[in-house]
Design a protein around this ligand. Structure first.
Ligand SMILES: [Cu+2]
Length: 229
């Protein structure tokens, strides 16, 4: 959950988001080291009269400062590719949920069950209950079981939308006429908030996403309640 003056990422709530945070920290560390070196070198050049004539034309040092950045780039690229392919991995999902972006709400279809589909509208500010989050709460949450791999198929009905939940590291474009796929695995229960992340029209800010992850038996209870109501 983001809070005021929150500058970093939200806490990781899925193994994939943990990987992304590790990668972010790794890259930032390299960035800080390079920036410090460049800043120090620039200030030393500008503020002092030091001039090393024995390094002004030396082939060896040119070889080093060409190869060193290449090694640094590889040390960023390899973990990046690893995370990228991890995020793309699809292996035997237990449940498939199709989510469709509309102007301006989301609808969810649990395609493993014949009748389970519903629309998810934002709760208007005047209807909020104590503890509810303004502009983030919805009337029908997407409920998922924890400790299982879930495939989310994302599409849109009218214009481009984007189905995104920052704390679980998911952001998938919802494109009309196209079915995108993303995988979610959560190891802990919780309620996770996201928003449409593609400027989609006047009410773009008012189509939040709420995913509620529960233990499997609670999910079954929810399924039974859903099918009787
Ligand atoms: Cu949208």
């Amino acid at each position: 959950m983001a809070n005021p003056m929150h500058l970093g990422f939200q806490d990781a709530m899925s193994p994939l988001m943990e990987e992304l945070l590790y990668f972010h920290d790794h890259t930032m560390m390299i960035l800080i080291l390079i920036s410090s070196l460049v800043f120090y070198t620039m200030s030393a050049l500008l503020l002092t009269k030091l001039y090393y004539s024995n390094t002004s034309d030396v082939q060896e040092i040119e070889v080093i400062w060409t190869i060193l950045p290449a090694i640094i780039l590889i040390s960023i690229a390899l973990p990046s590719l690893r995370t990228l392919y991890l995020m793309d991995e699809t292996n035997n999902p237990c449940l498939t949920i199709k989510t469709t972006g509309h102007q301006w709400y989301w609808s969810y279809e649990y395609t493993d069950f014949s009748t389970l589909e519903f629309d998810s509208y934002m709760t208007p500010p005047q209807d909020l209950l104590p503890g509810h989050l303004r502009l983030l709460e919805v009337d029908h949450r997407m409920v998922t079981p924890m400790n299982s791999t879930i495939r989310v198929l994302v599409t849109a009905e009218d214009v481009l939308h984007s189905w995104a939940i920052p704390s679980i590291g998911t952001k998938m474009d919802a494109v009309p006429g196209r079915l995108n796929q993303t995988m979610i695995t959560l190891t802990n229960p919780g309620v996770f908030y996201g928003q449409c992340s593609e400027i989609c029209g006047a009410n773009h800010s008012f189509m939040p996403i709420v995913m509620e992850t529960t233990p499997l038996n609670h999910f079954q209870l929810w399924l039974e309640n859903r099918s009787t109501s």
